[in-house]
Unconditional design. Structure first.
Length: 107
């Protein structure tokens, strides 16, 4: 991450901008969902949009320590080496924090 910090920050900015666009323009978002899922069924597109944009996605996609812990705990059941992992070393939300501070739209 250190070597490509600015490149990664650009990708994360684009992710936040795409989410903002999806919220501002549901018609465009559903059209895009339809393109990549190869469906034009309105009910399916509405449900997919609601589930993935309105209900599930986070505007700033921070890694949740609690969510990550549940994944690690689950994986540790079948892999002893996973038990040795330190959660704090597995993720870094600093770029997202910078993006949130830089952009009034990201707040």
């Amino acid at each position: 991450m250190r070597a490509k910090r600015e490149e990664l920050k650009k990708v994360l900015r684009a992710t936040v901008a795409a989410y903002d666009l999806a919220l501002r323009d549901p018609v465009f978002a559903k059209k895009t969902i339809g393109k990549y899922t190869r469906t034009d069924d309105g009910e399916t597109l509405d449900a997919t949009y609601k589930e993935n944009v309105k209900d599930y996605a986070l505007r700033i996609p921070y890694v949740s320590p609690a969510g990550l812990k549940s994944i690690v705990d689950f994986r540790a059941e079948g892999a002893a080496e996973v038990k040795k992992l330190t959660l704090e070393k597995m993720y870094d939300n600093s770029l997202l924090q910078e993006i949130e501070k830089e952009s009034p739209a990201a707040k």
